[in-house]
Design a binder for this molecule. Structure first.
Ligand code: ZN
Length: 64
């Protein structure tokens, strides 16, 4: 008797690129990041963009 251990179990296993937690939803797996971390990442990107705008504004006003 041969042990059939080749179950066709295809499972998408991925970890969040931010917190390395398990991703459970297909959308999160395709994005590589969990929903909570996606929100945090977006907020950080927005804060970074705002900081760049502020720096640009300061540079522009000092030129006058
Ligand atoms: Zn995460």
């Amino acid at each position: 008797m041969a042990a059939t251990d080749d179950k066709p179990e295809i499972r998408l296993v991925a970890h969040c690129r931010r917190c390395h937690g398990w991703l459970v939803s297909a959308a999160s797996v395709s994005e590589g990041i969990g929903p909570t971390c996606a929100i945090r990442e977006r907020a950080e990107q927005r804060a970074e963009a705002a900081r760049e705008l502020t720096l640009f504004d300061v540079t522009g006003s000092s030129a006058a």
